[in-house]
Design a protein around this ligand. Structure first.
Ligand SMILES: [Zn+2]
Length: 481
């Protein structure tokens, strides 16, 4: 390992990002099927051979594509609730899912994009069988946008709303098996312009900012596989190399560093760097996939009418961008950067604001419970914590109204998460967490005084006895008397 600091400006690093987010909506983009991907077992398998149609392919590296498709057979798993005839390409696509389109337009607005008057659905040829129709449907919802990063404008070339492809289940003896339930899930693709003069870490941060700004809509799926990145990397005397399928934002800088290293080495050895497409691996390295395809050809989707967006834009609410919310949390609630970052990683970032405003509990207490306490429950109890906002609100109302005390937060939330049907009162009763009256606290103190003579020991014992059932400050005062 050589520890040489690379001067990325000097070597002329240029990067383009293409980031894909699945939208968190109920229905698919061109049919009413569910987007949940919950069905475990497929109902049946459909076997298909895809034939490229010459008129659509034109002369564009026809030979290579034809060669690829020749004799290839694809297998598609059909899921009963999550697929229909549209996914099988046996029925024309329905009208565009308006909710998905609205979210895509919100994102376009958040990135200061120009928005076309009419949105046309186009077909993009795909040859790997991941779309039963042989093409992916996509529409440009915004272009020529930007956002601010370190007082510089990051160019956003284009934002598209498109259908997700079928996911590969397995490959066996040259046969590819796809799951059709992912096909058609609304996907937003954000492409930056050329990022010039940034180092790999900054480019990773830019990708994270793009994720945050898009998440302002509260409609971006966060689970693994729901966010995917492709990037273009080139350096001086190198060539444009496309790297596909980076699964985590946190891998971007490493992938760029390794690609720069690879191209630099080839140049040093006097070899030429080929324009090509490479696949990203989990460790940040890449492997050769295929030559870089020419410019993508688009064809109009004749089955779907264009959408006029003027009416939609009139009623479109633009959400507060997350970077602005972060600033507000810092300023108004005096939260530290670390605490805000933890909130950003949790699913309760937006919940936090609502809870603080509605319950009036100290913002730091709310933030700590929603991050550290919940994380601790998940780690120690080995469970997924998934209380909805209503339940979280009930919890903080209880805390505010002194139905229990913050020392009991862990136990109360743990029980609430385990027993979602129960009301807060029932939970507190089960946990024997009814608040103690002043009389009862006095009794405990008197009782313990008889056995414990050492003062500091007494304080510890009493506090542990009343834990979660009394205000600590108040008990300490009573002990002083
Ligand atoms: Zn469907």
């Amino acid at each position: 390992m050589r520890e040489v600091k690379v001067d990325y400006k000097k070597i002329g690093l240029k990067v383009g990002l293409e980031i894909h987010f699945q939208l968190d909506v109920e229905k698919k983009l061109f049919c009413d099927c569910s987007t949940k991907m919950e069905e475990k077992n497929h109902k049946f398998v459909v076997v298909r051979k895809l034939y490229p149609t010459f008129s659509e392919l034109g002369e564009l590296d026809l030979a290579a594509r034809y060669e690829y498709l020749r004799d290839r057979v694809f297998f598609y798993y059909f899921f009963e609730k999550e697929c229909c005839l549209v996914e099988l390409d046996e029925e024309p696509p329905h009208d565009v899912n308006l909710e998905a389109l609205q979210i895509a337009l919100q994102i376009a607005k958040l990135f200061n994009c120009k928005i076309p008057d009419e949105i046309h659905v186009m077909r993009k040829i795909v040859i790997d069988g991941s779309n039963t129709s042989g093409f992916q449907r996509t529409m440009i919802v915004g272009f020529d946008g930007y956002f601010e990063y370190k007082n510089r404008k990051v160019p956003i070339a284009q934002i598209c709303l498109e259908e997700d492809a079928a996911a590969i289940e397995k490959e066996e003896n040259g046969k590819v098996y796809y799951r059709l339930n992912r096909l058609g899930i609304p996907l937003v693709e954000i492409s930056t312009g050329v990022l010039d003069g940034f180092d790999p870490k900054e480019i990773e941060e830019i990708a994270y900012q793009i994720f945050l700004i898009s998440s302002s809509t509260q409609k971006i799926r966060r689970m693994l596989g729901a966010i995917r990145q492709d990037i273009n990397v080139s350096i001086k005397n190198g060539a444009r190399v496309e790297i596909k399928g980076i699964q985590r934002l946190g891998l971007i800088s490493m992938v760029i560093e390794k690609e720069v290293e690879r191209q630099t080495k080839l140049i040093e050895e006097g070899k030429s760097v080929e324009k090509e497409t490479r696949a990203a691996k989990e460790d940040g390295s890449t492997e050769y996939m295929r030559p870089l395809p020419g410019a993508e050809r688009m064809y109009p989707e004749t089955d779907i009418k264009p959408v006029f967006v003027r009416e939609i834009l009139k009623n479109l609410k633009i959400p507060e961008p997350i970077p602005a919310i972060v600033e507000r949390y810092e300023k108004d609630y005096k939260l530290s950067k670390e605490l805000i970052n933890s909130l950003l990683k949790s699913k309760y970032f937006f919940t936090f604001d609502r809870i603080v405003k509605s319950s009036g509990v100290d913002p730091k207490v709310v933030a700590n419970v929603l991050t550290a306490t919940i994380k601790e429950i998940e780690r120690k109890e080995k469970v997924e914590f998934d209380l909805d906002d209503k339940k979280i609100e009930e919890f903080f109302d209880g805390l505010k109204n002194k139905k229990f005390f913050k020392e009991a937060a862990y136990d109360v939330l743990k029980e609430m998460n385990k027993n979602k049907e129960a009301s807060l009162e029932e939970i507190l009763e089960n946990l024997n967490l009814k608040p103690l009256s002043e009389e009862e606290i006095k009794k405990i103190i008197e009782e313990e005084k008889k056995n414990v003579k050492d003062r500091s020991k007494l304080v510890g014992i009493v506090l542990s006895k009343v834990r979660g059932r009394a205000d600590v400050q108040k008990v300490l005062e009573m002990l002083k008397e």
